[in-house]
Design a protein around this ligand. Structure first.
Ligand code: AMP
Length: 455
């Protein structure tokens, strides 16, 4: 199948060809004709499947076909909402790249940076607006943008937006849109909350699902190295040096852990930078740029900050610590093996994390190969200890003393939970400070301890 056979116009085909794309990915093959036809879409697609082009290409084509080139202020006709700044920036790059031969204007707005240049850009009029929810609402409040003429709404990574407590912001945005519009909802996973949102938002949607839900990408080789908790750093340094890894994305559970590991790697002679919600937008962008350009070898990230990071052919992802929310494992390893590239995802797992590992294996419905490396054999006398999570991490919703099962999403087809079950975000996410940075499920930040194992 070719892109031309999907009905895309010559200007878009030219831009795609320049990117080196020859064949549409499965999600593109399904989503492009469906979006062009004009109906709503509910797409289950993980990152790395080519989903961004899946919605951007037909969106550009549709807007271009009815381009409003008249002088005067252009109304926003397509709104793309994303959970994080990084993803917003990346989607905007795609819009620009694929639309470079079209007379359409686009911009991106997100929190953590000055609002004034964004207001100026919007005042000039844009056709396509990529935004994180909090900053968008701030801009609406300041009359910098009107959403009254939006024809197409895209919710990208909707599951993560809900995870981050953006449901109230999303509802506020929806209330600002005209009733008559096309809605495209993309989500890697389908919780009851997502299904509820889809039920409210979408009108007889076309269902598109390309990879099995909640299964890790098959192009990614996954492996667990059991190791003692206080030897993880040594093992990581060994793996990087031994394998001569030039580009590795490493996940920690906490921001503090990311900072500490970054320092330790630097001490070990491995150039590294950390990326997490406490870093300024400038620092985050610089770290990502340095990593992409190969100036640094290791990027140490927390889950939320890493959302939306797209690096072509990222060869190595390391879970320095397993995530306590099993779905995050799928998102993490989705950073490698993107598009046609192969990747390797390695998890360093200590005795404290046995339960996390079991939850992950249950979710992805397979056992991950375990390999004990010579010289790093775990000491069987070491007992499991409780895991302390950082201040902004989300764990069980009821209390901090149980396991993390309460954050697990139910399978597709399960009945939605009754409303007011206490599981929603608190919605206080409109400020620029929290925009795209912090999960807001808990009302009060606090340290939480969860016990794993038999201790
Ligand atoms: P996404 O899932 O949208 O984040 O895209 C993942 C990666 O796949 C990006 O780096 C895209 O540039 C790349 N990509 C998207 N569509 C294609 C295609 N048809 N052929 C090759 N690469 C693609």
């Amino acid at each position: 199948m070719s892109f031309a056979s999907l009905g895309l116009n010559a200007d878009i085909l030219r831009a795609i060809a320049e990117e080196g794309y020859t064949t549409p990915t499965p999600i593109q093959a399904q989503a492009i004709p469906a979006v062009l036809q004009g109906g709503d879409i509910l797409a289950g697609a993980q990152t790395g499947t080519g989903k961004t082009a899946g919605f951007t290409l037909p969106l550009l084509q549709k807007l271009n076909a009815s381009a409003k080139t008249a002088a005067g202020r252009r109304p926003v006709r397509a709104l793309i909402l994303t959970p994080t700044r990084e993803l917003a920036a990346q989607v905007f790059e795609s819009v620009r790249t694929y639309g470079k031969y079209l007379p359409l204007r686009s911009t991106v707005v997100f929190g953590g940076v000055s609002i004034n240049p964004q207001m100026m850009k919007l005042r000039g009029g844009v056709d396509i607006l990529v935004a994180t929810p909090g900053r968008l609402l701030d801009l609406v409040q300041q009359n910098a943008v009107s959403l009254k003429e939006v024809e197409v709404l895209v919710l990208d990574e909707a599951d993560r937006m809900l995870d981050m407590g953006f449901i109230h912001d999303i509802k506020k945005v929806l209330a600002l849109l005209p009733k008559q519009r096309q809605n495209l909802l993309f989500s890697a996973t389908f919780s009851n909350e997502i299904k509820e949102l889809a039920d409210k938002l979408l009108n007889k949607p076309t269902l598109i699902e390309v990879a099995r839900r909640n299964t890790a990408s098959e192009r990614v080789t996954q492996r667990v190295h059991p190791v003692d908790r206080n030897r993880k750093r040594e093992l990581l340094t060994y793996l990087i040096k031994q394998g001569d890894w030039q580009q590795v994305l490493i996940f920690t559970r906490t921001k503090h852990g990311a900072n500490k590991l970054t320092e330790q790697l630097s001490t070990d002679g491995i150039s590294a930078a950390a990326i997490h919600g406490n870093k300024s937008q400038g620092a985050r962008t610089k770290a990502l740029d340095d990593f992409k350009r190969g100036t640094i070898r290791a990027l140490v990230a927390t889950d939320i900050a890493a959302r939306g990071i797209d690096i072509d052919q990222l060869p190595h992802v390391v879970n320095y610590e397993l995530p306590n929310v099993p779905e995050d494992y799928v998102h993490r390893i989705g950073r490698t093996g993107r598009a046609a590239a192969e990747g390797e995802a390695i998890s360093l797992v200590c005795v404290d994390e046995d339960k996390f590992l079991r939850d992950i294996e249950k979710l992805i419905k397979r056992d991950i190969d375990k390999e004990i490396l010579a010289g790093f054999e775990p000491d069987p006398t070491i007992k499991a200890e409780p895991i302390v999570l950082g201040r902004s991490m989300t764990i069980g919703r009821n209390n901090g003393g149980g396991n993390n099962n309460s954050t697990r999403r139910p399978p597709l087809g399960a009945k939605p939970k009754p409303k007011n079950s206490g599981n929603k975000g608190n919605g206080n996410s409109t400020s620029a400070k929290t925009d795209g940075v912090k999960p807001t499920r808990r009302s009060k930040p606090q340290k939480a301890v969860i016990k794993i194992g038999n201790k």
